[in-house]
Design a protein around this ligand. Structure first.
Ligand code: ADP
Length: 447
């Protein structure tokens, strides 16, 4: 396509140059025709001036004649130059020049005779004069040259018309080709995009199917291992028990990973719909704290929460999922004895949830990246802390589907605070804020 466009470009360039050339030839012919006209006029005017002088003897006629005589030669030179492309016309110009010279010699003689012998002497001499014959020959030559130029003019006009039609067709073709090229590129890009989308769809479908297929047998293996590890089925070797516990933990992690993969795939492909309804923020915070209490106790972390209540318009199960994700991270990445604070404060038309810890902190250059899938500050985090690397990606997806934002502020060694916003419900019917309980620690998981 590009080669074709280049060829059309070259052809149109040449066609346009040809068109310009043809038009120049047409105007050139007009110039020659005008010159012929002026030469003929100049001779006729000189003859009239001589006639005037002969009849009246008035010197102003002689002055006019001398003027005309002087003006004719530059015109002849121009004519010679203008017809330099045509050898035939050049020959005629030479002939014309010598005839005009002769004609002026005859006219000079006439003036001299009038001056020396008066009108009668001129009349007597005029019977033998070559003047009229020369005039006729000059007119005939001018007519011959004009005929040739008119022939050239119609030839060149025809050529110019053909060139302009050709230029029009070539320009039209170039426009069509350019349009086809643009259309073709758009179609190609569109096809690539569709292909890319199709590949993405197949990939997420594949991930879903594999995760589903793995989850069922894994859950049953997990159950059986759990039973064995509990010792209910007999068998008491300490080492064996320890092995079983490790196996249970690992299957546990795998099931969590599969659940998270399925969750994020469904969230991002829009298969999970949010069901927003008015719900109480303090209830959500309490439930999240309750759910995470066993984990907090394991890690010797205290959970404090600000118990002011606001009504938000959100899917309660999904907001709970976000809060437990953030809470679980805050507990995992804190030292024993640390405190995690959860609160929610209004911010314009939104409610802003916060989960703040006093843990290890997150370096500035990772504070955006950790919201992407499988991004961790430390590559060993998932193994050592038991995470999947998907919790924050899931949280972000849920928050965005509520029209909110999620972000983190953190200082290394001092702790991190995760924030996310969700829209407040219409203020009418909102449960009044219970300021009295604000910031009261309702759960303390330290021993
Ligand atoms: P994971 O399951 O690994 O916790 P997440 O997506 O929830 O996956 O978190 C991604 C990573 O972000 C974590 O592995 C950890 O490196 C970092 N991170 C998240 N929360 C915190 C936190 N409160 N303090 C320190 N690092 C955190």
């Amino acid at each position: 396509m590009l080669t074709l466009l280049a060829i059309v470009g070259v052809v149109s360039h040449r066609t346009i140059l040809g068109l310009i050339d043809d038009s120049q030839w047409v105007s050139h012919t007009h110039v020659v025709l005008e010159l012929l006209q002026r030469v003929s006029f100049q001779v006729t005017q000189a003859e009239a001036a001589v006639r005037g002088f002969v009849i009246t003897g008035n010197s102003s006629f002689e002055a006019q004649y001398l003027d005309d005589k002087q003006n004719i030669w530059p015109l002849i030179s121009e004519l010679r130059l203008g017809t330099s492309d045509n050898p035939n016309q050049q020959k005629i110009v030479s002939r014309l020049e010598s005839l005009i010279k002769e004609r002026f010699i005859v006219m000079d003689e006439g003036i001299q005779i009038r001056k020396s012998g008066g009108l009668n002497a001129v009349l007597a001499q005029s019977k033998n004069s070559r003047g009229p014959t020369l005039s006729l020959q000059i007119s005939a030559l001018v007519a011959q040259m004009r005929g040739e130029e008119n022939r050239l003019l119609s030839e060149r006009n025809l050529r110019e018309q053909k060139s302009s039609s050709r230029a029009f067709v070539v320009a039209l073709l170039a426009v069509f080709l350019a349009m086809a090229a643009v259309l073709g590129s758009v179609l190609l890009i569109f096809r690539d995009l569709t292909r890319g989308r199709e590949v993405d769809r197949l990939k997420s479908e594949f991930v879903s199917i594999v995760s589903h297929e793995l989850r069922t047998p894994l859950t049953s293996i997990h159950g059986s291992l759990g039973l064995l590890a509990s010792g209910l089925l007999g068998g008491s070797a300490e080492k064996g028990k320890r092995m079983l516990e490790i196996a249970v933990n690992n299957t546990d992690r795998l099931i969590r990973l599969l659940n998270d993969i399925l969750d994020i795939e469904k969230l991002e492909s829009g298969k999970i719909q949010m069901h927003p309804l008015p719900c109480d923020s303090s209830e959500l915070l309490s439930r999240a704290a309750e759910v995470m209490t066993p984990m907090a106790q394991d890690h010797h972390i205290a959970i404090h929460l600000s118990n002011s209540s606001k009504i938000i318009n959100a899917d309660p199960d999904r907001i709970l999922q976000c809060l437990t994700n953030l809470l679980s991270n805050a507990i995992k990445f804190s030292e024993a004895g640390g405190i995690v604070i959860m609160r929610a404060t209004p911010a314009g038309e939104n409610l802003r949830f916060e989960v703040a810890d006093q843990g290890r902190g997150i370096p500035l250059d990772k504070q955006e990246a950790i919201f992407e899938r499988f991004q961790q500050v430390d590559a060993s985090d998932s193994r050592r802390k038991g995470g999947t690397g998907l919790g924050l990606a899931i949280t972000r997806s849920i928050v965005q589907q509520h029209g909110g934002k999620v972000w983190v502020e953190s200082q290394m060694g001092k702790g991190s605070t995760f924030f996310f916003t969700v829209p407040l419900a219409n203020t009418a019917g909102q449960i009044p804020t219970s300021e009295s309980n604000s910031d009261a620690p309702i759960i303390t998981a330290t021993q």
